[in-house]
Design a protein around this ligand. Structure first.
Ligand SMILES: Nc1ncnc2c1ncn2[C@@H]1O[C@H](COP(=O)(O)OP(=O)(O)OP(=O)(O)O)[C@@H](O)[C@H]1O
Ligand SMILES: Nc1ncnc2c1ncn2[C@@H]1O[C@H](COP(=O)(O)O)[C@@H](O)[C@H]1O
Ligand SMILES: [Mg+2]
Length: 196
């Protein structure tokens, strides 16, 4: 299996690039943000619990998102690999993911981290807020989300850097350029499989 974490702060382009990556490589896209927004739209108890955290730019409790990912891994047991977007966001989530994958005799192949300046992140999210309908797409909430990212999510990169799994990719430029840079890091995992 090929398991990629697309890592980066809010607004760095994870969702945009995920759509292109799954189309090219056939990985299953697991975006915890999208899954949580679907739970909210469906008015499930999980969605109701998550909504208050999301609207304030806070993280949803670890056990909630880890449970969602476990269910998705189970449902997609035949997948050739996964593209994780917005997960893991805490070291506890990363450790849980490593365990869930190892139970399935697989592991994270690569963490691709998109680097974008804070000014550009805020600009993109405020712009996206004009059309997204996301209650957390406004300047006040994005500042909170960036603070949470620095405090709780950046240590996830350090966790995978210890395992030599992290590569940084410039996240500013055209979507096509960024996609080619990401694809160039993912393709070798598929070539290696063919040569085995
Ligand atoms: N290379 C780029 N240049 C300029 N704008 C971009 C680029 N890539 C994505 N965007 C725009 O920036 C906004 C944020 O992108 P996207 O939704 O992909 O980010 P994200 O990392 O998934 O954010 P979040 O974590 O908040 O879900 C979108 O409106 C998207 O169209
Ligand atoms: N992995 C996650 N852990 C905790 N909370 C999460 C996680 N993924 C998403 N969330 C919540 O949803 C919003 C939006 O997420 P996006 O990835 O930006 O769509 C995030 O601020 C958390 O509240
Ligand atoms: Mg996104």
């Amino acid at each position: 299996m090929v398991n990629i974490i697309l890592f980066g702060p809010p607004g760095s382009g994870k969702g945009t690039q995920s759509d292109k990556i799954v189309a090219r490589f056939g990985l299953v896209h697991l975006s915890t943000g999208n899954l949580l927004r679907q739970e909210i739209a469906d008015k499930t108890p999980l969605g109701l619990e998550a909504q208050s955290f999301m609207d304030k730019g806070q993280l949803v409790p670890d056990e909630v998102v880890i449970g969602m990912i476990d269910t998705c891994l189970e449902k997609n047991s035949e997948a050739k690999g996964f593209l994780f977007d917005g997960f893991p966001r805490t070291v506890a989530q990363a450790e849980a993911l490593d365990k869930l994958l190892s139970l399935r005799k697989t592991a994270i192949s690569k963490v691709l981290a998109l680097d974008v300046s804070e000014t550009e992140l805020v600009r993109r999210i405020v712009e996206r807020g004009k059309i997204s309908g996301r209650p957390d797409d406004n300047e006040e909430t994005v500042m909170k989300r960036l603070q949470v990212y620095r405090n709780e999510t950046e240590p996830v990169a350090a966790h995978y850097a210890q395992l030599q799994k992290v590569e940084h990719i410039p996240g500013e430029g055209s979507e096509a350029e960024i996609f080619e840079a990401l694809s160039g890091r993912i393709a070798p995992f598929f070539l290696a499989k063919v040569e085995e």
